[in-house]
Design a protein around this ligand. Structure first.
Ligand code: PLP
Length: 385
């Protein structure tokens, strides 16, 4: 053979691999099939790399176990998991009910894409009773989308009650479970049909990889989700799947540490004269604490608080005085972050007066006393602004 042909044939995948602790990072768009019949045997063989290879399979298996799911689908981001799961089960003429505290990019998708394709969208008050919520569903209502605790303001829904009432009406339920990370609560065990999370956050845990997952127990629904991905043509990189699997190994210890620091810092903040209210369902005395205590085995490091009204610019003075807290929108990594929230609240339909500016903190793996000292510096700047 000529050298150009030898170069094409060289370096093929080995027949047997040494056994490492994690899966191989198998890369491939083309998958070579063993014989002619296998070419069209979609049941028996992976026929194309987009379906995922060794690292994807290992990650899906691990997530299935964690979520208690029959099947888990992987998406290129958390937002893609939410949009992909919705597109997989909705059609023109349907209506979807969405919590008003939904992650804002999900809301943009509902308003700009779903509506354009003839799907009705209604936003419900995050604390509407499950009975009123489901009673308010119409003949066209196909799906209820929850996020508990909700983005920025942390209101909770009773997932089990909504799921039970919705199922009796033939309505599907979906929960964005990014706060719970698939670990602190099991939405499928609560009766929710589709559990979605941004793996980008706590599962990845290092603020450097995007991915999302959707998990379901019902095999028909798993098939619908899988078809949704096939039809849209999404794929995730094997390196990223491997990174997510690596994140899973330390998820429980990171959550335990970040949850504990978060509660200690929230309790400290509650005593500070500049702070009006803490929005952290895991902190006793906070809104929705009973619901959290009933359903969750722990907390993550994300919560909010409300300032007492201050001078113009006081909120920015607080943020700019922080050294250990970065100013950034994602969360779930090893580092502490802070954002002001008020500019994001205007799009909400059921707007609540929180009584002062709203701040969101993500507590990382730094020493909690160091973080408290940093926050005290910020609060001093807030007061003297
Ligand atoms: C970040 C986030 C997402 C989106 O995840 P990406 O991977 O950044 O697309 C979805 N839901 C919630 C609640 C989030 O916080």
């Amino acid at each position: 053979m000529a050298e150009e042909t030898r170069l094409i044939r060289a370096g093929a995948a080995p027949k047997s691999l040494a056994k490492t602790v994690g899966p191989p990072i198998q890369k491939g768009s083309t998958v070579l099939l063993p014989n002619a019949e296998a070419l069209y045997d979609d049941e028996g063989f992976i026929t194309y790399g987009r379906q995922g290879l060794a690292a994807h399979d290992a990650l899906r298996d691990a997530l299935c176990g964690m979520e208690g799911a029959e099947g888990v689908c992987l998406y290129p981001s958390g937002l893609a998991a939410l949009t992909g799961a919705m597109l997989a089960v909705l059609k023109a003429g349907d209506e979807v009910l969405v919590t008003d505290t939904i992650y804002k990019p999900t809301r943009r998708f509902c308003d700009h894409v779903l509506k354009r394709f003839g799907i009705g969208v209604r936003y419900f008050d995050p604390r509407e009773s499950p009975e009123d919520l489901v009673a308010g569903a119409g003949a066209a209502t196909r799906l209820i989308v929850m996020e508990s605790p909700g983005s920025l303001s942390f209101e909770m829904q009773d997932l089990a009650a909504v799921a039970r009432l919705a199922r009796a009406r033939g309505i599907l339920t979906l929960a964005d479970n990014t706060w719970g990370a698939g670990y602190l609560i099991k939405p499928l065990a609560q009766g929710v049909d589709i559990s979605v999370q941004a793996l980008t956050k706590y599962v990845g845990g290092h603020s450097d990889v995007f991915m999302g997952s959707a998990a379901a127990s019902d095999p028909t629904l798993v098939g619908q989700l899988e078809n949704g991905i096939t039809h849209l043509g999404w794929a995730v990189a094997p390196e990223d799947a491997y990174q997510m699997l690596r994140g899973l190994r330390t998820l429980p210890v990171r959550l335990a540490r970040q949850g504990k620091s978060g509660l200690a810092i929230a309790a400290w903040l509650r005593e500070q004269p500049e702070v009006a209210e803490i929005l952290h369902p895991a902190l006793p005395g906070c809104p929705d604490h009973d619901l959290w205590a009933r359903d969750y085995v722990g907390a993550c490091g994300l919560f909010g608080f409300v300032f007492k009204p201050g001078a113009d610019g006081a909120v920015n003075a607080f943020l700019d005085a922080l050294d250990l807290f970065g100013l950034g929108f994602s969360w779930g990594g090893f580092e502490s972050l802070a954002i002001s929230c008020d500019p994001q609240l205007h799009t909400r339909k059921h707007r609540r007066d929180y009584g002062g500016p709203l701040m969101r903190l993500h507590i990382g793996l730094e020493n909690a006393e160091d973080l408290i000292a940093d926050l005290r510096k910020g609060l001093d700047a807030f007061r003297s602004a």
